[in-house]
Structure formats: structure tokens, C-alpha cells
Write a protein that binds this ligand. Structure first.
Ligand code: NAI
Length: 398
């Protein structure tokens, strides 16, 4: 079977397994050739199969610390009817490369929100893996099921204060379009908080603490986003922003408990705007990111997921200096994005951008390439005309 990309409703519908493999390898090679750090030996990452979670896992395994990792994610595998999600292959190939270097790389496919998934991971930690030094919670989910009541909460990308209309990109048609977003009802805001807020991160930490799965002084981190005024209305001041503020508040609660019980620490890293499966869904965000990419590339300070995570671990968290936090106790990996000269230039371009010139004024090409690469397409060094043996894919060891 020859696999070609299929863009439907602005999203890539299929996956190129060997493109995903090459992407994992490219990230590994980036870490191997970067500034190294000494860090945690045993790590749990929930949301490990793509975006920031995958980059976190790769950086910790290959960027100096040589960490054994457990990765939990929610992905689907290959069947006769579908090829499997990119994250499915990222997990498989990460494991292949990590094991070649003698590292443990255990994959779990399960719903992070369920107690059952937590219990399975905890059992594995207690019986086989050993106590964890770092727990990273990097889930971006559209919904959450409450297993006790059966209620399903759906997250919404809406404003919290009136209708918003702004420019965004239709990636399927390569067009800049205008998109309207409605104001959320109170229950929609609450549902989004339930899915993307801090509750489940805290549940994980409570259970891990209770079962004595953390080593002394262990850390736990989750990721947030603030961004620029360009996206405030839809992000920071929207439903997702409410959830992120809840996540940030929860970091303080977890921190108190971790400090008291194991001398550990919990905190948020505020990351940079990047193309990931999750962020492509947020109106205005793709155009803002494409403009930002242009400005940051011109200034030589652009970072993709793996570059962000390698800098975060080597220069901020596991460097020889104390970790620096902002006034709200957050680590700021969005420091380059929010630099005054960067935002001034973004504003300048934003004021001139039109549907006719947006490809020229932004780094749309770079943005789209990274978007396609998430699903394994447009990756250098991959033979896209090669015949792929689906039966072989089905046999790949998870
Ligand atoms: P992503 O879509 O690339 O990855 C999400 C991960 O969550 C995947 O591993 C997926 O399998 C997993 N997942 C989803 N539902 C799950 C479930 N029910 N159970 C277990 N795993 C599940 O997303 P991305 O962008 O890497 O997001 C990770 C975190 O980083 C999120 O908290 C996001 O808000 C944050 N962030 C993202 C930024 C961006 O620009 N992409 C910027 C700053 C923060």
C-alpha cells in the first residue's frame, strides 16, 4: 500500500508510519547533539505520544539523563480498516530506539482519566519499574469521562465574554479565512475546566503519593500557555484559559502536598505556541503561530517542541542553577515568544496581513510542514512511494 496524505476538513486523516519513525529519530538526534544534562532516572509521562509529551520523553531519554520512561497515551492502532494514529507509531518507535540503548520504555494505552489506568501504571511502578523521580502530565484531550457517574464532559474552544471573530488558516485550502466563535455558556466553561484543568493531574499525584511511587524530592510538571494579546480572547481569556488557570492553581495545591510528604515540588511550565495536534484546532492560533514562526526564525530563536523541551531540561530545570520562577511560581519557556521585540514585530505583520499576502508575510510554509510532519508526511529522508506492508505494521511490538 502506498500512503499519501489526505487532508479533510483541515486535518490530516491518515498517518505515514515510517514518516513518524523518522520524526522520532530526528528528535532523538537533535537531543544527542545538544547541550546535555544530568537528570531523573525514572520518569512517568501521561500524554507521552505526541507534541510536548513526546518531546519531553525523548529529551529525558536521549538528551543526557538517560531516563527509563513510562508513557501513557490514548491512541488507536492499525486494523484492516485504518492505519492507526501517529501517536501509536511514535510510541512503538520510541520504544524501539530507547531499548536499543538499554533504556526501559514502557507504553500504556489507556484513558488517563480513569482510575483503572492509574492503578495499572501504579502496579507496574511498584512491581517492576521502581519509584519515579519525575511525573509529567501533558494531556490535551477533547473530552473526559467520569467513570463513577458515567457523565462525559466535552471541552469547548469558546470565549467567555461575547462573540469573537478573527482571522485563521484553512490548511486544506491554503486560505486565510475569518472565523466566528461564540461565547460559552457557564456549563461549557465548567466542562472545559473539568477536561483541561488540574483535577486529573491532582488525582494522579494523590494516588502516586498514596502508593508511595515518588522518590524523595521528586518533581511533577504540567504545561500551560499564555500567549500574546492576539489570542487572549480565544485562549487566555476563553474557556481553555479558564482551564489553564485552574491547572496553574492546582500546581500550588499539589506542590504543598508534595513538599510536605516527600520534599518534592510541583510546578507549571508555560510553553511557547507550537504546531501540535491539539493546537491546530484553536481558531486564530494557527495564523498567530505562522506569523510568530516567521519572526522567531528571522531572529534565530525559533524552537519546535523538541528544542523547547531540551532547553527546558538542560538550561532551566536540571542545570546547575536554581530553577527561576515568575511571580506566580511558573517556569517561563515562553520567554522568547513574549520578548518585546518579537511581539512588536508580530503586531506589525498582523496589522498588514490579508488573505492575499498571508503566505508571504508569515511562515505559513514552515507551519504547514510541521503540521504535516505530525502525521509523518513531508519528513525529509522518507520514501513516500514505497509500498507499505500493513501486515508487518500489525506485528510491530507495542
Ligand atoms: P498533543 O495533542 O500533541 O498531545 C496530547 C497527548 O495527550 C497525546 O499523547 C494524547 O494521546 C494524550 N491524550 C489525549 N487524551 C488522552 C486520554 N484521555 N488519556 C491519555 N492520554 C490522552 O498536545 P500538545 O499540544 O502537546 O499538548 C500537551 C500540553 O501542552 C497541553 O496541556 C497543552 O495545553 C500544553 N501546551 C501546548 C501548547 C501548544 O502550542 N501546542 C503551548 C503551551 C502548552
Amino acid at each position: 500500500m502506498i500512503i499519501k496524505e489526505e487532508l479533510i476538513k483541515g486535518f490530516v486523516k491518515n498517518t505515514h508510519p515510517y514518516g513518524c519513525r523518522q520524526e522520532v529519530l530526528n528528535q532523538i538526534n537533535y537531543c544527542k547533539n545538544s547541550k546535555k544534562f544530568t537528570g531523573p532516572k525514572k520518569v512517568l509521562i501521561v500524554g507521552a505520544s505526541s507534541g510536548f509529551g513526546l518531546a519531553t520523553r525523548i529529551s529525558l531519554a536521549f538528551g543526557g539523563a538517560k531516563a527509563d520512561t513510562i508513557g501513557l497515551s490514548y491512541e488507536t492502532g492499525v486494523t484492516d480498516r485504518r492505519l492507526g494514529t501517529p501517536g501509536w507509531y511514535n510510541n512503538i518507535f520510541f520504544k524501539e530506539f530507547a531499548e536499543k540503548e538499554g533504556l526501559i520504555a514502557k507504553n500504556f494505552i489507556d484513558d488517563a482519566f480513569s482510575d483503572e489506568a492509574k492503578e495499572k501504571v501504579i502496579k507496574y511502578i511498584k512491581e517492576q519499574f521502581g519509584k519515579i523521580d519525575l511525573f509529567v502530565y501533558s494531556v490535551a484531550a477533547p473530552r473526559r469521562k467520569d467513570y463513577k457517574t458515567g457523565v462525559v464532559y466535552n471541552s469547548k474552544i469558546k470565549t467567555t465574554s461575547g462573540e469573537f471573530e478573527g482571522p485563521t488558516i484553512d490548511i486544506e485550502k491554503d486560505e486565510m479565512i475569518s472565523k466566528k466563535v461564540n461565547s460559552a455558556a457557564l456549563d461549557e466553561i465548567e466542562d472545559t475546566r473539568k477536561v483541561m484543568g488540574g483535577e486529573d493531574w491532582k488525582n494522579w499525584c494523590d494516588m502516586l503519593l498514596e502508593e508511595k511511587c515518588f522518590s524523595k524530592g521528586a518533581l511533577t510538571i504540567s504545561y500551560s500557555y499564555i500567549g500574546s494579546p492576539r489570542t487572549y480572547k480565544i485562549y487566555r481569556e476563553g474557556t481553555i484559559g479558564v482551564a489553564k488557570k485552574d491547572l496553574e492553581k492546582t500546581a500550588h495545591e499539589i506542590n504543598e502536598k508534595l513538599k510536605e510528604e516527600i520534599g518534592g515540588k510541583a510546578f507549571i511550565s508555560v510553553n511557547k505556541a507550537l504546531v501540535t495536534k491539539a493546537s491546530a484546532y484553536i481558531p486564530t492560533f494557527p495564523l498567530y503561530a505562522a506569523v510568530l514562526y516567521k519572526v522567531m526564525k528571522e531572529k534565530g530563536i525559533h524552537e519546535n517542541c523538541i528544542m523547547q523541551m531540551q532547553r527546558m531540561f538542560s538550561e532551566k530545570i536540571y542545570s546547575n542553577n536554581e530553577i527561576k520562577f515568575d511571580d506566580s511560581g511558573r517556569l517561563r519557556m515562553d520567554d522568547f515568544e513574549l520578548r518585546e521585540d518579537v511581539q512588536r514585530e508580530v503586531d506589525n505583520i498582523w496589522s498588514k496581513i490579508t488573505p492575499q499576502n498571508f503566505q508571504k508575510l508569515s511562515d505559513y510554509e514552515g507551519y504547514k510542514k510541521e503540521f504535516m510532519q505530525i502525521n509523518g508526511f513531508e519528513v525529509d529522508g522518507v520514501d513516500y512511494d514505497a509500498d507499505i506492508d500493513i501486515e508487518l505494521l500489525k506485528k510491530l511490538e507495542f
